[in-house]
Write a protein that binds this ligand. Structure first.
Ligand code: ADP
Length: 585
C-alpha cells in the first residue's frame, strides 16, 4: 500500500463522521485565510506610520483605526475559530478511535481459527492498540495542523505574488529547496523505521508469550533466559532506532537553519529592492512575518509526514488484519431452523487444511437424534477435523453435511452454533467470575438455573467451597481451578446452553479416581437426550456408545456397535488391545 492510498484509507475510516470532517476542513480553510491577514495588516500599519513623514508629520488616523479594528476582528476570529476546530477535531478523533477499535475487535473474533493458530494474540493486541493510536494521531494532526498547514501553503503563493512578485519568488524558491531536502531525509527514515517496527512486533510477541506461560517459565527456571532474550530483542530495536533519530535531528537542524536563512535573505534582498523603490518598508515587514509563518507551517507539514512515515508500518499491519477475510459468512437467504431435532448426516465429506493433503476423506454416516457416537482412532486420524466441520470451523472441499436434512451451509452460522454445544478437552475459560463463565452458555440464566446446572455437572461443591462462590474469579484461562474443576465448569456451561447436538472431547490427561468418577457422572448427565459425538479415549465411554466410528488416516475404516466391532476382530479390536485404548481404562 503506498503513501497516498494509505492516506485515503485512513481518512475513509472516518465513516459516519465524514461530514464533521468536511466542516472541519472548511473551517481550516477560513482560519488559514484569516491568519494571513495579520502580517498583511501589520505591513499596512507600518506603511501608514512610514507615510506620516510624507504628509508633513500628520498621521492618517482614519486608516490606522480601520486597520487596527480589522486586525482585532481577524485576531478574535482566529482565536475562537481555532479553539472550536481543536475541540471538535479532538472529539472526532477520540470517537472514531473507539469505533474503529471495536470494529477491529469484532473482525478479529470472526477470523478463522487457523489464522489465530498462526498469529499470536499478543501481536493482534499490539496491532489493535498501535493501529488505532496511529489513526487517532493522524486524524488529530490532520484536522488540527496538517490541513491548516496545507491550506496556508496553498494560499501563500498567490498572496505573496500579489504583494511583491520579486520577493515572492525568492520565498517560494527557498521553501521548495527546504521541502525537497526534508522529503529526501524523510524517505531515508521511512525504510529504516519499518525495520524498527518489525522489532517492536517481536518484542510484543515475546513478552506476551512469556507472560502467557508464566508457570512454564518459572517451573523450568527460565526467568533469567526469557529476560535475556527480551533484552536482546530490545537491543536490536535500539540499534535500529538510533539511526532514525539521527536523521530526525537533521530535519530539526534544517528547519531552524532555513528559518534564519530565509528571514536574512528577505531582509537583504528587500533592502536592495527598497533602494530602487521597488518595495515599501511595510511590505518587507509583511514578508518577514509571512516567511516565519510559512516555515512554521512547512515544519508542521513535514513533521506530520514524518509521523505518518513512522506510523506507516503500524497502519499497514492494522489494515492487513482488517483485510483478512473472516472465516465464514452467512449465505444470502440462510435460514434459522430454530431448535433442531439432532439428526446429523455426513455425505461423502472430504477436507484438506492445505487444500492438498486430505485430513478427512469421503466420510459418510448418519446419526439419529439422541444417539451417542464414539469416534476412535490414533492421533491425527481426523476425528477432531470431522467434528470441526460439523460446527463449521471450516467448510469441506467436497460433500455435504446436513442437520435435520438441511445443508448446514444454508443455515445461519449463529443458528447452527446455537444448536451445537462443544466441550473442549482443553477447557476454555474467561478470566471472569464463575457465574459469567457459565452464562456464556445462556446469558439470561437465573442464579437458580446456574446452581442447578452446576449441581448436575458435579461442580456445586467446589464452587461453594470458595467464600465468593459464583462470584469468584477463575483466573486467566481458569488457572485458579484444577483440571477436573475446569472440565466440570465447561460441562455445566454446556448444560445451560442445552443444545440438541453435543461435541465432546474426552480428556486424555489422567485425573485422580474421585475426580474422574465425578467428571464421568457429569458427562453422563450432559449427554442425556442429545445427539452426542465423543472423541473417546476411555473404554467405558466406547462401551456405552450406540455406535462407534473408527478413524484411520482420515477415513472411517469400521463402524458399528461395540459387540459388532469386537466380533469383526479388525482395527477396533486391535485398538482396544493396543496402546490407544487399553481395556478397562
Ligand atoms: P485427531 O483429532 O484424530 O487427532 P485431527 O483431526 O486433529 O486428528 O488431525 C487430522 C490431520 O489434520 C492431521 O494430519 C493433522 O496434522 C492435520 N491438522 C489438524 N489440525 C490442523 C490445522 N489446524 N492445520 C493443518 N493441519 C491440521
Amino acid at each position: 500500500m503506498n503513501f497516498l492510498r494509505l492516506y485515503g484509507r485512513v481518512l475513509g475510516q472516518l465513516g459516519p463522521d465524514g461530514r464533521v470532517g468536511i466542516v472541519l476542513a472548511l473551517a481550516n480553510l477560513a482560519l488559514a485565510l484569516a491568519q494571513f491577514a495579520e502580517p498583511v495588516l501589520f505591513g499596512r500599519v507600518i506603511n501608514v506610520l512610514a507615510g506620516t513623514e510624507e504628509h508633513a508629520g500628520k498621521l492618517d488616523w482614519e486608516s490606522l483605526w480601520l486597520l487596527l479594528i480589522a486586525w482585532v476582528c481577524f485576531g478574535l476570529f482566529t482565536i475562537i475559530g481555532g479553539t472550536l476546530v481543536a475541540l471538535f477535531a479532538d472529539r472526532l478523533a477520540h470517537r472514531r478511535r473507539l469505533a474503529v477499535l471495536t470494529r477491529y475487535f469484532e473482525h478479529v473474533l470472526q477470523l478463522p481459527l487457523a489464522y489465530h493458530g498462526g498469529t499470536h494474540s499478543g501481536r493482534l493486541i499490539k496491532v489493535m492498540l498501535q493501529g488505532t493510536d496511529a489513526l487517532w494521531a493522524f486524524w488529530l494532526g490532520f484536522f488540527r495542523e496538517h490541513l491548516a498547514a496545507f491550506m496556508s501553503l496553498l494560499i501563500l503563493v498567490p498572496l505573496t505574488l500579489i504583494i511583491n512578485w520579486r520577493l515572492a519568488i525568492l520565498l517560494i524558491v527557498l521553501c521548495i529547496l527546504f521541502a525537497i531536502l526534508a522529503a529526501l531525509v524523510l524517505r531515508k527514515t521511512e525504510s529504516l523505521q519499518s525495520m524498527v517496527q518489525a522489532h517492536h512486533s517481536n518484542l510484543a510477541e515475546r513478552a506476551a508469550d512469556a507472560l502467557g506461560n508464566v508457570a512454564l517459565v518459572q517451573s523450568f527456571a527460565r526467568v533469567e533466559s526469557e529476560v535475556k532474550a527480551l533484552k536482546s530483542v530490545s537491543e536490536r530495536l535500539l540499534a535500529a532506532q538510533f539511526p532514525v533519530l539521527s536523521w530526525w535531528a537533521v530535519v530539526t537542524v534544517l528547519t531552524r537553519a532555513s528559518t534564519t536563512l530565509t528571514v536574512l535573505a528577505i531582509v537583504l534582498v528587500g533592502t536592495w529592492l527598497f533602494q530602487y523603490g521597488l518595495i515599501s518598508i511595510g511590505d518587507i515587514v509583511t514578508f518577514m512575518a509571512l516567511a516565519g509563518m510559512v516555515i512554521v507551517r512547512l515544519d508542521q507539514a513535514i513533521s506530520f509526514a514524518n509521523r505518518m512515515a513512522l506510523d506507516m508500518e503500524r497502519l499497514r499491519e492494522f489494515f492487513n488484519v482488517l483485510d483478512t477475510a473472516p472465516a465464514m459468512r452467512d449465505r444470502p437467504g440462510a435460514i434459522d431452523p430454530g431448535r433442531c431435532r439432532g439428526k446429523v448426516e455426513f455425505d461423502n465429506v472430504s477436507f484438506a487444511y492445505d487444500g492438498a493433503r486430505p485430513a478427512v476423506s469421503n466420510l459418510s454416516f448418519t446419526v439419529h437424534p439422541g444417539e451417542m457416537v464414539a469416534l476412535v482412532g490414533p492421533t491425527g486420524a481426523g476425528k477432531s477435523t470431522a467434528l470441526m466441520l460439523l460446527h463449521r470451523a471450516f467448510d469441506p472441499q467436497s460433500g455435504v453435511i446436513r442437520i435435520d436434512d438441511i445443508d448446514i451451509r444454508d443455515m445461519q452460522l449463529a443458528a447452527l452454533r446455537r444448536n451445537i454445544g462443544v466441550v473442549f478437552q482443553d477447557t476454555l475459560l474467561f478470566n471472569r467470575s464463575v457465574a459469567e463463565n457459565l452464562r456464556v452458555g445462556k446469558p439470561e440464566a437465573t442464579d437458580e438455573q446456574l446452581r442447578e446446572a452446576a449441581a448436575r455437572a458435579q461442580a456445586l461443591d467446589f464452587i461453594e467451597y470458595n467464600v465468593e462462590g459464583f462470584d469468584a474469579k477463575v483466573g486467566e484461562r481458569g488457572r485458579l481451578l484444577s483440571g477436573g474443576e475446569r472440565q466440570r465448569l465447561s460441562i455445566a456451561r454446556a448444560l445451560l446452553k442445552d443444545p440438541p447436538i453435543l461435541i465432546l472431547d474426552e480428556a486424555t490427561s489422567a485425573l485422580d479416581a474421585v475426580t474422574e468418577t465425578r467428571v464421568l457422572a457429569a458427562l453422563d448427565e450432559v449427554m442425556k437426550n442429545r445427539t452426542t459425538f465423543v472423541i473417546a479415549h476411555r473404554f467405558s465411554t466406547v462401551r456405552k456408545a450406540n455406535r462407534i466410528l473408527v478413524f484411520d488416516r482420515g477415513r472411517i475404516v469400521e463402524s458399528g456397535t461395540f459387540e459388532e466391532l469386537q466380533r469383526l476382530n479388525g482395527r477396533f479390536a486391535q485398538l482396544t488391545k493396543g496402546q490407544f485404548m487399553p481395556a478397562g481404562v
